[in-house]
Design a protein around this ligand. Sequence first.
Ligand SMILES: *[C@@H]1O[C@H](CO)[C@@H](O)[C@H](O)[C@H]1NC(C)=O
Ligand SMILES: *[C@@H]1O[C@H](CO)[C@@H](O)[C@H](O)[C@H]1NC(C)=O
Ligand SMILES: *[C@@H]1O[C@H](CO)[C@@H](O)[C@H](O)[C@H]1NC(C)=O
Ligand SMILES: [Zn+2]
Length: 464
Amino acid sequence: MLYYKILSLILVQVVCTIQFQVPFSLGSWPEKTSQQHYSQIDSKDHPVNLNQYKDDYLIRIDYASNPDLGKYLITNNGTIKFNKWNKNVKQQTIDIQINEDNMSKLLQEFNNDVNFKVIIEDLSQTVFETYPKNLIQTKDEDVLINSELFFQDYRNLETIDAWLELIQLTYPDIINIEEIGETYEHRKYKIVHFTVPSEQTLDGHGDRRTIVITGGVHAREWISVSSVLYSIYELIELYKIDPQSKIFRDLDFIFIPVFNPDGYEYTWTTDRLWRKNRQDTVHPRCFGIDIDHSFGYHWTKSSDWACGDEYSGEEPFEALEAKIWEEYLNNTNSDHKIWGFIDLHSYAEEILYPYAFSCKEQPRDEENLLELAWGLAKAIRMQSGTNYQVFAACLDRDADLLPDLGAGTALDYMYHNRAYFAYQLKLRDTGNHGFLLPPKEIVPVGREVVASLKYLFHFLVDQD
Ligand SMILES: *[C@@H]1O[C@H](CO)[C@@H](O)[C@H](O)[C@H]1NC(C)=O
Ligand SMILES: *[C@@H]1O[C@H](CO)[C@@H](O)[C@H](O)[C@H]1NC(C)=O
Ligand SMILES: *[C@@H]1O[C@H](CO)[C@@H](O)[C@H](O)[C@H]1NC(C)=O
Ligand SMILES: [Zn+2]
């Protein structure tokens, strides 16, 4: 009896020691206990007004056998009200957020010839579960210094800023945060330089090839923001192990974790499902331009109106964030030779290569562009088993159906004008949670992104 007691005490101790010493191993992470239902919590303690979603469902519609329906949903041009979340190119499905009234109208319109299933029934609760349980996080230093804690939840802008500041303080030689502009709501537009100094490159760049990694262009795609932060974290870890790595000698990095700070903040305070930025438009009551329809390569004004999710603005680079970035690139043109541009989005598990604006335009050096895309997908598959599909971005955007759907992307602009290789990665999942990916996926997805980035880095430095 006593023997067992002692044995179990020893075991408990061993387990505890292991938990404290293993610095960053996923398997040992505690699962978050499941959350309460939001309706049992005083609404003044809700992160945002959750009732705004309570009549809506996320519905997946298979339009493979009904192209008219597909076209109707993709162009979102009729009188039936719904929000398009995503389209899956391979499955030929489209996910829409819709209430019961409008769903029955849709069924009527298509004589009940609609193949669908409900993906998220309790949208308010699913939204609720993406926020950290403890919203007052910034004061909590533990969260900032303990990466296990930090990557356990999505983080608001204030916490992200504090974390970035901390890593800049901790690694002043390699991390430099630069403020390159100001958003409509007067937030600083920040980019993170990651450059390991070396004797050969006194000016900080030398002949290095620059890699640019961006997230949060679309505000609600939180997993893209956490994945950029996770990539910074892992790159620092890599640096600590192997500071002499060829990767750091031949490459430097620009990370933009939150490309759309105003929109991101809005998803934390007002509407979790907001997509655009928050600047004013031609319509006095409608705010926000879709930044990814604002870049000035083959820009076309969207048919979506100013209140719509895909509003392009009235002219290219009207979205301040797109303009700030272009201005920065203009001013530093001679400093950076950008070899890779990776723009993280969600969701679909897809690697998209240029062009988005048209399927008729052939990308230059297509063979290498595709080879690298397949390599990124393979690196992810080997890391986690998740199978990312590789597509031309125009297929994802349905540019052939309606040209403005594919116009004005960061992908096309960067590829055509600035970067040798450029991709948009649409991260997990394929729709069970969509934009509302549970926080326990932050690290697994982060690891997928890091696996693909490492492949990209080696592809570039081992080539010659
Ligand atoms: C959008 O709807 C209008 C009016 O119903 C129609 O004239 C137009 O052709 C539609 N556009 C597309 C791309 O379906
Ligand atoms: C459709 O949705 C809108 C907005 O959510 C709502 O105002 C309207 O009553 C719904 N029903 C129909 C039949 O349009
Ligand atoms: C950047 O440079 C291009 C080419 O010189 C110019 O057309 C464009 O207006 C510049 N953009 C900004 C925001 O200054
Ligand atoms: Zn996106």
